[in-house]
Design a protein around this ligand. Structure first.
Ligand code: LIP
Length: 292
């Protein structure tokens, strides 16, 4: 009988098999978000602020994802936006956002995604994890981005390879905004400074799709403060496997403080500009100094 310390670490299962499960789960959940969306969908509850909304479909979709993934790989961990973190024993954790772009979903704007990734390490620790496979699926358009570590990134099966980026003043730049008014004041200040310095700004409302559009060449660069592992995990791998870079600023990893994604050198030029703007600094108080 060998003790645990002498047993070799479990080998990583085949990346292709993990990616297939990511895509299967994302597509299954996507069907539900479209087919079962109530005509009179309303806000079921709010989280960090009155505009940080959750619908019954966010909850239903996450429950379905958990059922699919835990049935297929019961020894793995689970981390979802709505129901939190369950640790596993395999060293792998499934990280998912059942509906990324919930406000778009609430308003029936067809730009949202089911994002499913499987990561090594601890997704609760910033910089403590890295994705192995991921899928970002827009169930309205059918657009499906997939990526496996070392096997490439794809849109609907077509290989993605990012080209040479433009200079900042010709860059179509994606971003997004948080739910706290103090955070939004900081973000407004940053966007106001960048707007005359870039080609244009796009605020799509779904971080996972923003990142995948960078990988697809539909945005030249993207930055956002306030993302969580479930927004980021799958799409980060799509960008990296397409030849891009996803980074933080101030020497930090891409995480809640800041995510910047694109191709070099443009991604580094934008990151430097964001550092100069103190874009990850303290949230700005309301006029008159009150914190809100
Ligand atoms: C959303 C992100 C989006 C961001 C929104 C929100 P959610 O995620 O995808 O980029 O700007 O504020 O965080 O909350 O819909 O899952």
């Amino acid at each position: 009988m060998t003790d645990a310390s002498s047993r070799p670490a479990p080998a990583l299962p085949d990346v292709h098999a993990l990616l297939a499960l990511c895509e299967h789960a994302a597509r299954r959940a996507g069907v539900v978000t479209v087919a079962d969306r109530p005509r009179d969908l309303s806000v079921a509850s709010t989280k960090s602020s009155p505009t940080d909304v959750v619908t019954e479909m966010d909850r239903r979709t996450e429950t379905l994802l958990r059922e699919i993934l835990s049935a297929a790989r019961p020894q793995d961990g689970l981390l979802g936006e709505e129901q939190g973190h369950e640790t596993g024993s395999s060293g792998l954790t499934w990280v998912f956002d059942p509906i990324d772009g919930t406000v778009n979903y609430l308003y029936d704007i067809g730009v949202y995604a089911v994002s499913v990734a499987v990561v090594e390490g601890d997704p609760a620790v910033e910089g403590g994890w890295r994705p192995v496979a991921g899928c970002v699926h827009n169930p309205v358009t059918g657009a499906t981005w997939t990526a496996g570590r070392g096997i490439g990134a794809f849109l609907d099966g077509r290989r993605l390879t990012m080209g040479e980026p433009p200079a900042l003043d010709r860059a179509l730049t994606g971003t997004g905004f948080g739910y706290f008014t103090g955070r939004r004041r900081t973000q407004a200040r940053v966007v106001a400074d960048l707007l005359p310095r870039v080609r244009d700004i796009r605020r799509i409302g779904c971080a996972a799709i923003d990142l995948c559009m960078v990988a697809t060449g539909r945005l030249d660069v993207y930055f956002e403060r306030g993302l969580h592992a479930w927004d980021l995990a799958a799409a980060l791998l799509v960008v990296e496997e397409a030849g891009g870079v996803v980074r933080g600023i101030g020497g930090k990893p891409p995480a809640e403080a800041m995510v910047v994604a694109g191709a070099r050198p443009l991604v580094d030029v934008l990151a430097a500009a964001l550092e100069e703007l103190d874009a990850d600094g303290d949230d700005e108080p309301a006029p008159g100094g009150a914190q809100d």
